[in-house]
Design a protein around this ligand. Structure first.
Ligand code: FAD
Length: 409
């Protein structure tokens, strides 16, 4: 059996950041991170891989190189919770005890929920930027396409990086626009939702690019089945009266974003809400029922945009509040729901969506520098050159660049 004062489940964007934020505040803590994976991914880079801008390797680092010095790494997967005993159970039935628990295992990409998808991913023109090994295939397909039909799908909310499905469309459209092939390529955006983007301030700028790439918007279209070799996809389409019918479409390439849920071991646990996500107070990120449990990142149920940018702001909040509970810092930190989605509308320009709870705009930069609702070159430089080093060198190291939380009391 293992026992640690603070146990963190998940060594992703949220888990490593919160460990580093804890140590930045108090250096003599007994912390363990539980994560079975050898590799940690900078997933926001995958859109750039799919657009031919980043090499895939720049988005991956070994887990061992990122876990902060002094933090124990338990290389295993958690399978169950026993909050009454302050314990989690690992695969293979080993037990890890804690005084305080931080839950950050991300979400589950449910590829299997679409009939026929797993067996054709990476072949027959079927791709997705949502997987490290598939994002390069997106770029290969885009470069090779001179005519035909390209479909981009978006599943029901919530998903991580809600803008990523259309980012793939814009970067592909931009390539065909500049190669001169766009006139022979038909683009369709099949979105299970009913709007282009959830915060209306950003929609006009996005709409201009939909028009530039001559993309057809098909709302309430939810991908349910795919036949790769036949190059056909089936969508469940809901009409205004709520009636559903299945519609068949042919494609030459299709960029699929899978449905997303809480991980199975979370969904069936006593920590979950009715929808399966970890049930937290959206301001303090403390669990609503279990006082010595906090959660951050994609796995929890606060209504923020599920992004690494959100985890960057959440990590110091959770670190502060765990340490306040132990009596090592004063005051309770509050999270305002900040999340960010840099929409890569063309190579060289980004619409930088930054917003908090209720769709309140929370720009990081003054309006004269960056107007987030308009395409901007500075925002592209931020995404291409500045954000990756901020991620590796500041966020994962507990240097809270632009992420200092409001502390009350
Ligand atoms: P993750 O980073 O996914 O990490 C979860 C970790 O938990 C993993 O290491 C995993 O191995 C571990 N784990 C899972 N199960 C268990 C278990 N049972 N036991 C122990 N450990 C476990 N965000 C942005 O801010 N900007 C963007 O532009 C952006 N673009 C994106 C584009 C794409 C294509 C994708 C896929 C994501 C994008 N995101 C973006 C979202 C961002 O990557 C996530 O929101 C962020 O990684 C969430 O961090 P997390 O720590 O919650 O989850």
């Amino acid at each position: 059996d293992f026992s640690h004062d603070i146990v963190i489940i998940g060594g992703g964007s949220a888990g490593v950041s919160v460990a580093a934020s804890l140590l930045a505040r108090v250096s003599d803590l007994d912390i363990a991170i539980i994560d079975p994976q050898d590799v940690h991914y900078y997933q926001p880079g995958w859109t750039m891989v799919g657009g031919g801008i980043f090499e895939p390797e720049v988005t991956a680092r070994t887990m061992g190189s990122l876990i902060p010095r002094g933090v124990s790494w338990i290389k295993a997967a958690v399978s169950a919770f026993e909050p009454a005993n302050n314990a989690v159970i690992l695969d293979g039935c080993r037990v890890v005890r804690y005084n305080r628990l931080i839950v950050a295992p991300g979400l589950k990409l449910d590829w299997d929920a679409i009939e026929g998808l797993p067996e054709t991913l990476g072949r027959n023109g079927v791709t997705s930027n949502y997987r490290y090994d598939l994002a390069p295939y997106t770029w290969k397909l885009v470069k090779g396409m001179k005519s035909g039909k390209a479909i981009f799908t978006q599943p029901p909310m919530p998903i991580k990086c809600a803008g990523a499905p259309q980012k793939a469309l814009y970067l592909s459209g931009d390539h065909w626009f500049k190669s001169g092939d766009l006139a022979n390529i038909e683009i369709e955006f099949c979105n299970a939702g009913g709007v282009l983007f959830g915060v209306k301030d950003y929609v006009p700028a996005l709409q201009e690019y939909i028009a530039r790439y001559n993309a057809q918007l098909s709302f309430m279209h939810n991908l349910v089945r795919i036949d790769g070799p036949a190059r056909k996809a089936w969508f469940s389409v809901t009409d205004a009266g709520g009636n559903k019918e299945i519609v068949e479409k042919s494609f030459d390439m299709i960029h699929v974003v899978p449905p997303q849920t809480a991980p199975d071991f979370i969904r069936v646990s006593p920590l979950a809400d009715a929808a399966g996500w970890v049930d937290v107070d959206q301001t303090t990120l403390r669990h609503k029922t279990f006082e010595n449990i906090w959660s951050l990142g994609d796995v929890m149920n606060a209504p923020n945009a599920k992004t690494a940018a959100a985890a960057r702001k959440q990590a110091p909040v959770v670190a502060n509040n765990v340490l306040a509970d132990i009596g090592r810092v004063k005051g309770i930190a509050h999270y305002d729901g900040y999340g960010s989605c840099p929409l890569t509308v063309e190579r060289g320009k980004i619409v930088l969506a930054e917003f908090g709870y209720g769709g309140k705009l929370l720009p990081s930069f003054p309006g004269f520098l960056v107007d987030g609702t308009r395409p901007s070159r500075i925002s592209w430089l931020l995404k291409e050159r500045i954000l990756p080093p901020i991620y590796w060198k500041a966020m994962l190291k507990g240097k809270e660049w632009m992420a200092r939380p409001e502390v009350v009391g």
